[in-house]
Ligand binder design. Structure first.
Ligand code: AMP
Length: 319
């Protein structure tokens, strides 16, 4: 098994690798995406890629994942340039994870056409030593057993944030509930809240989830924004309006990346800090849907991000 070469080269005995503030464990994929208007061809994908793309705007990130020997590693250079540490991404003989999906009805729903796991089927996260004491750990939507293995490899981070999806709630609910118990912040979409709690009302559902472990729940409602349920009650967050959506793939992971990155950069992991970070992450999400895969955010500058944040702030401020 190889590690990504340029990251390995950077390591010397006299110059130990820097500890990333945020570590993310998730999929590193290639996607093919069909929208109601066009198709993408092969683009970069995977939850860890989308998360890192966003979080690296604010802080240092260490990525953990696996790719096959067919993966276009050069295409990850934009992440390297933003100081994403890729030494936790293993390169194994075999095909990379490939996901193909189609959006229907003006992006209101999405169907999976194929999922070819390739080397991801045998993914065994093994964190490099310098990743084992991050401020923040983000466990993207991978099998809960893998999420637990990662939790067992780190010294308790200041914050553990997690994501999941329906498949894992269906096939591994007891394992997922154990991970939930060990987490501080859970990113759920509206359906997942209902599936996990049986509550139709999302606010009651989010309260019920808080009793299962995490102090904070962020419920994502797609283009209708999100809310945080925490000790101080409910905080509502809007999405920045985009008229020409190209591709929403990865926007959820990028939203989480924006929040975790901003929180880590502020340094104080408080509820008000999460509220502030949600505003920035909404803006990140709005850039994300403007291109295929990670492209919408790839070329964005800090100045553009700040400008859109100011516009957004004016839209939500009650005069
Ligand atoms: P999102 O749009 O936030 O749901 O994330 C989409 C990303 O998840 C895509 O880039 C896919 O490569 C990745 N993905 C799709 N299916 C899976 C899966 N079963 N496990 C891990 N990642 C996946």
């Amino acid at each position: 098994m190889k590690k990504i070469a340029s990251a390995r080269k950077a390591r010397t005995i006299s110059n130990p690798p820097a500890i990333p503030s945020v570590v993310v464990v998730g999929s590193v994929a290639q996607d093919i995406i069909h929208t109601p208007f066009t198709s993408s061809g092969l683009v970069l994908g995977g939850s860890a890629v989308h998360f890192s793309n966003a979080a690296s705007f604010f802080t240092s990130v260490g990525m953990v994942g696996v790719v096959g020997d067919d993966y276009p590693l050069k295409d990850l250079d934009f992440l390297r340039k933003r100081k994403v540490d890729l030494s936790g991404v293993d390169v194994k003989p075999g095909p990379s994870f490939l996901w193909e999906g189609r959006y229907l009805e003006n992006f209101l729903s999405r169907e999976t056409i194929r999922t070819e796991l390739g080397v991801f089927a045998d993914f065994k996260p093994n964190l490099p030593q310098h990743y084992r004491s991050p401020k923040i750990l983000f466990l993207a939507a991978i099998h809960p057993q893998l999420q637990q293995q990662v939790l067992n490899q780190v010294h308790r981070p200041n914050m553990v944030a997690i994501d999941t999806f329906k498949l894992w709630i269906d096939v591994a609910k007891p394992e997922f509930l154990k991970v939930l118990k060990r987490s501080d912040l859970f990113f759920a979409n509206d359906d997942e809240v209902r599936w996990l709690t049986g509550e139709h009302n999302l606010f009651k559902g989010a309260q019920a989830l808080r009793k299962m472990g995490p102090k904070w729940i962020i419920v994502k409602k797609g283009e209708h924004g999100s809310f945080l349920m925490g000790e101080q009650g409910i905080f509502l967050s809007n999405t920045y309006p985009i008229s020409d959506v190209v591709d929403p793939t990865g926007a959820g992971d990028a939203y989480a990346g924006g929040i975790m990155g901003h929180l880590a950069a502020e340094g104080r992991l408080t509820e008000n800090g999460i509220r502030r970070a949600m505003g920035w992450a909404s803006v990140i999400g709005s850039f994300y849907v403007e291109g295929f895969g990670p492209d919408g955010l790839k070329q964005v500058t800090r100045t553009q991000l700040q400008k859109r944040y100011r516009d957004f702030y004016r839209m939500i401020q009650v005069p």
